[in-house]
Design a protein around this ligand. Structure first.
Ligand SMILES: NCC(=O)N[C@@H](Cc1c[nH]cn1)C(=O)O
Ligand SMILES: [Zn+2]
Ligand SMILES: [Zn+2]
Length: 509
């Protein structure tokens, strides 16, 4: 069900209410959670150790050569689930990866299903997370080896690829189970895990699995909770009820049979890179305006009620600048930044495969280049219609060049946007939990990123989905030096635990 973009009431609070945002010390917390929160604190070293072991496995789903590592990380998770007493563990194979792919026999990484508890008297919460990560290399500018978790005692943070997206939060659920076991506290709900290894590459194969398991493994699900996003800024916790979708494309330009010497062939043959850069340059302007005809017309109009929502959110251009480490914002007003992140589409140019990019001055003419770009989608953009507009646009832009090269534009993967109604038992439980842990009411936010499978859970399981973030807006997900603050790791797990208790107690589903 799509939330109609206006709220019955606002969950946001004024600045004064949360200026002192911090994790409250255990003595300040709801006494009912003292025991579990203290146990989470006590187990901190073993939780960091579990995270460190997982981060060491470079599970990059977008790199075909690293697929065995993605599988290895799934095996590590299964071992951890077994040792914690999860039952009915099923490692679901999803078959081969559909094109475009270099190796047509490449197997998709498995989805891990498991249960903790199966008591018909309790509610069932399905927790989704992904164990794959974005690519990372020391040479990109990381301060330390990306696949080695570094605990920075001075800054009180943990640095490593996947720390915040999404290995840290995923393991948070396992840690919460361990803390309950060791504290001797009855687990408040039945937990189902659905952990995938292809989220960063479009969640290929997962939609079908969810549809198949909706009336089987997932049948008893009352609510879905996903911890795979971030606070908007660095101080105030949020709960998230919307995401943009993501349509990822490539334009391939094929010219000569092999890479050539630019001194010999430069000026006498049509260069694929020149064509590609010209075509890519027609997609978006320097103000972020998408130049593909017909895209803007598909965007849902802004209503008066919706525009009021943005005023109440705690955010500023300074937060954006701090997170980007620059002064390069296209907008100075908070409302404009939020709307362009949440409710308008954006087009980003990501890279060029086949092009020279290393140090030095190689005088090469690349023979075949593939330009990668994506469009973040919003209500009411239809993915298929968008793809037709994009492909037609690229073909026309290439045709106008009168080049003898060949051009082919295609969709690599797409994932739906999601906007939901946060007025339900699950969001209410999470809001109470957040207040208990951080001492403030959370803001209710949408997010500019994508979790392709969110809408599928909502539609197939006919349940609400809650996004309960662990990390902060400056964590550097997908960037260099990705980190998770230790206070967010600990606070995030306490919030997860309290959420499960509050949701279990709620009279509604
Ligand atoms: N933490 C969510 C996230 O990072 N999602 C990715 C999903 C994606 C879609 N296509 C490629 N990756 C994102 O980029 O938003
Ligand atoms: Zn993620
Ligand atoms: Zn990600």
């Amino acid at each position: 069900m799509l939330f109609k973009l206006f709220f019955k009431r606002s969950f946001s609070v004024g600045v004064s209410n949360y200026q002192r945002t911090r994790i409250m010390s255990s003595s300040n917390l709801q006494p009912k959670f003292d025991k579990i929160f203290n146990k989470i604190d006590e187990l901190k070293p073993s939780f960091i150790d579990r995270l460190a072991k997982a981060i060491e496995i470079p599970a990059v789903s977008g790199d075909e050569s690293l697929r065995p590592m993605v599988v290895k990380k799934s095996e590590y998770l299964v071992q951890e689930l077994e040792s914690l007493g999860f039952t009915d563990i099923q490692v679901k194979k999803l078959g081969t990866q559909p094109p475009p792919v270099e190796n047509p026999n490449l197997q998709l990484p498995p989805v891990i299903l498991s249960r903790y508890g199966n008591d018909p008297a309790k509610k069932t919460v399905l927790v989704y997370g992904h164990y794959d990560v974005q690519p990372a290399a020391l040479s990109d500018g990381w301060a330390s080896e990306p696949f080695k978790l570094v605990v920075d005692e001075e800054k009180q943070l943990m640095r490593g690829r996947g720390s915040t997206d999404d290995t840290g939060p995923l393991l948070g659920w396992l840690n919460v189970v361990q803390a309950h076991k060791e504290a001797g506290i009855d687990f408040p709900v039945n937990l189902i895990t659905c952990f995938e290894g292809m989220e960063e590459s479009g969640s290929l194969g997962l939609e079908k699995l969810i549809a198949e398991e909706a009336s089987n493994y997932f049948k008893t699900t009352d609510a879905v909770c996903i911890s795979d996003n971030y606070w908007l800024g660095t101080k105030k916790p949020v709960l998230t009820y919307g995401l943009r979708g993501c349509n990822y494309y490539q334009i391939i330009i094929q010219g000569p049979a092999a890479d050539l010497h630019s001194g010999v062939f430069g000026g006498v043959i049509a260069e694929p890179m020149v064509d590609l850069i010209k075509v890519m340059g027609t997609l978006v302007d320097s103000n972020g305006k998408i130049l593909i005809e017909g895209v803007d017309e598909m965007v849902a109009p802004l209503t008066e009620k919706e525009s009021q929502l943005y005023e109440k959110i705690d955010f500023s251009v300074d937060d954006l600048n701090a997170a980007s480490g620059s002064n390069t914002s296209l907008y100075q007003k908070k409302e404009d930044i939020l709307m362009h992140r949440w409710r308008y589409p954006s087009l980003s140019l990501h890279g060029v495969e086949g092009a020279f990019y290393g140090p030095g001055a190689k005088t090469v003419i690349p023979a075949k280049v593939s330009g990668k770009f994506s469009i973040r989608t919003v209500p009411d953009i239809d993915s298929e219609k968008l793809t037709k507009l994009v492909v037609d646009h690229c073909n026309n832009a290439f045709k106008a060049l009168n080049s003898p090269n060949k051009c082919y534009a295609e969709l690599i993967h797409d994932g739906n946007y999601w906007v939901s109604n946060p007025y339900n038992a699950s969001f209410t439980a999470a809001a109470k939990a957040t207040k208990d842990v951080y001492g403030v009411d959370p803001d209710f936010t949408r997010e500019g990123g994508s979790i392709p499978i969110t809408l599928t859970f909502e539609e197939e399981l006919k349940t609400s989905v809650l996004l309960l973030p662990m990390g902060r807006g400056d964590d550097g997900a997908h960037s260099i030096n990705e980190k998770l603050d230790i206070s967010n790791f600990m606070g995030g797990m306490k919030t997860m635990a309290a959420y499960l208790h509050y949701y279990a107690e709620s009279p509604e589903n």
